[in-house]
Design a protein around this ligand. Structure first.
Ligand code: URP
Ligand code: ZN
Ligand code: ZN
Ligand code: ZN
Length: 461
């Protein structure tokens, strides 16, 4: 079975070249000068379009338990929405509950995902209970293709780890060559600010932002970097939102430390003004770290240009406005944390290209190639080259679209980007050689996606 994608501009971190792509079964067979081949079982005309490696969203939460409820996308609905938006790989977080093993956690996440995904998927492991047996189990996780571990400096009593626990896990990461991912907010201080606000009768969603100041993200980020330096472990800061945190990452990188960071579209495009929307609308924008003042956005775009921010992920964690965000009406601390976005990352970051903030090459690098290298999926994913999986997006840079909950495919009753008018749109998506999205609609299936056993990080200094 051969598919020829002809006439397009093939993108990579180096930019674009006019080339044709020949796909044989599940893989890329050749990238050739235009016109070298002209027959195949299927020919897709990409004239005037970009042809880019499928997006890799390295941070999603499908069916995630949180505060007595579950994020509203299943692996089936969430990966289907991802495909619609040109994302052909997700890496989701398996969540260790306190008192349980990493092995049983991984089993549970396989049960939820296996046979239900529309695109390929891998797992990170959230470590919430550091003890001798958890640390030992980190070794078997790596052997099982789960080579990255998220820890939390926030959410005391839930996911929180002490500095000592973090240090122990980092030592194990150094020993196994695996990656520590950090939710870097000072949760101990934040909990005091939250308690104080509630005691003063301040319960509105905007308080979520006001009680989590950016300085406490900067402080935690610096502390995590110091602990990583002491232990020699690589460190990946997830969902970086604040200028103070970015400065700490940039300084560590300048000093040659293996410190990396991702940001998310919501921090580039939304702000605390959205959290302050009246009539509880702000609840739609509650996530941690919180949406910041607008002034942080220019720093984040600069960080994307300089590679102090190497990856853009979504932290997709949808909760319906009507029946889930509602849990925190009157008490912002009970609003389930998370913003939906897995469908829109490629399009939203393309706006950065349109606006001149980032180059086409950086768009592809931050959304596909670097996440593949960061999380041990390269060159199977993240590149259009012979032998790579044929995860390919044909993207029309001239098309326009308006984002809305009425037209999106995520299983959530609102869009954080309602009414956003965008330039550029996904036209066709191939997942391992199969056309799953085309102008005639979704043609994939929720058993098509396969589990990706990941290697170690391929992005270290
Ligand atoms: O608010 C968020 N980000 N929810 C998802 C969990 C996490 O911390 O990534
Ligand atoms: Zn987090
Ligand atoms: Zn997250
Ligand atoms: Zn619902």
């Amino acid at each position: 079975m051969r598919t020829l994608i002809k006439g397009g501009t093939v993108l990579s971190p180096a930019g674009g070249v006019a080339a044709d792509v020949l796909v044989e079964d599940e893989r890329v067979a050749a990238v050739t000068a235009p016109g070298l081949f002209d027959t195949a079982d299927t020919v897709l005309d990409a004239t005037g379009k970009y042809v880019l490696p499928g997006g890799i969203d390295a941070h999603t939460h499908m069916e995630m338990p949180f505060g007595g409820t579950f994020s509203s996308d299943t692996f089936a609905t969430g990966t289907t929405a991802a495909a619609w938006g040109g994302t052909t790989t997700i890496i989701d977080f398996a969540v260790q509950a306190k008192g349980t093993s990493l092995a049983s956690t991984l089993d549970k996440w396989h049960e939820k995902a296996d046979g239900n995904c529309a695109v390929d998927y891998g797992f990170h492991m959230i470590v919430s209970d550091v003890n001798d047996s958890t640390l030992k189990e980190m070794e078997s996780c790596v052997d099982a293709g789960v080579s990255s571990f998220k820890m939390f400096m926030a959410y005391p009593g839930v996911f929180y780890s002490t500095d000592g626990e973090i240090l122990r896990a980092m030592r194990k990461a150094t020993e196994t060559g695996s990656m520590i991912m950090m939710h870097a907010e000072n949760g101990i201080a934040i909990d005091q600010l939250v308690a104080q606000a509630l005691a003063e009768g301040k319960g509105d969603p905007v308080q979520h932002g006001l009680t989590r100041p950016s300085a406490l993200e900067g402080e935690a980020t610096s502390r995590a970097i110091t602990l990583a330096r002491v232990t020699g472990s690589p460190l990946y800061i997830v969902h970086l939102s604040a200028a103070e945190a970015l400065s700490a990452v940039a300084a560590a990188r300048d000093a040659g430390q293996n410190v990396f960071a991702e940001t998310c579209p919501q921090y580039l495009y939304l702000s605390i003004e959205d959290l302050a929307r009246p009539d509880f609308e702000g609840a739609k924008y509650v996530a941690s770290p919180p949406l910041r003042e607008k002034k942080h956005q220019a720093d984040l775009w600069r960080g994307l240009r300089t590679n102090d921010l190497s990856v853009v992920s979504t932290d997709h964690c949808p909760f319906c406005f009507k029946d889930q965000k509602e849990l925190g009406r009157g008490d912002f601390s009970k609003i389930p944390n998370g913003i939906p976005g897995v469908e829109h990352r490629m399009d939203l970051l393309h706006q950065g290209v349109v606006a001149g903030e980032i180059s086409l090459g950086r768009w592809v690098e931050a959304c596909s190639t670097t996440p593949a290298r960061m999380f041990g999926l390269y060159p199977r994913k993240g590149v259009i080259a012979p032998g790579a999986d044929a995860d390919i997006v044909i993207y029309d840079p001239a098309a326009t679209q308006t984002l809305s909950a009425e037209t999106h495919h995520m299983a959530v009753d609102y869009s954080a980007y309602e009414g956003f008018e965008l330039t550029g749109k996904v036209e066709t998506v191939l997942s391992r050689g199969k056309v799953v999205v085309s102008p005639s609609g979704f043609s994939g299936g929720t058993g098509h996606g396969r589990f990706l056993s990941r290697d170690l990080c391929q992005y270290l200094n």
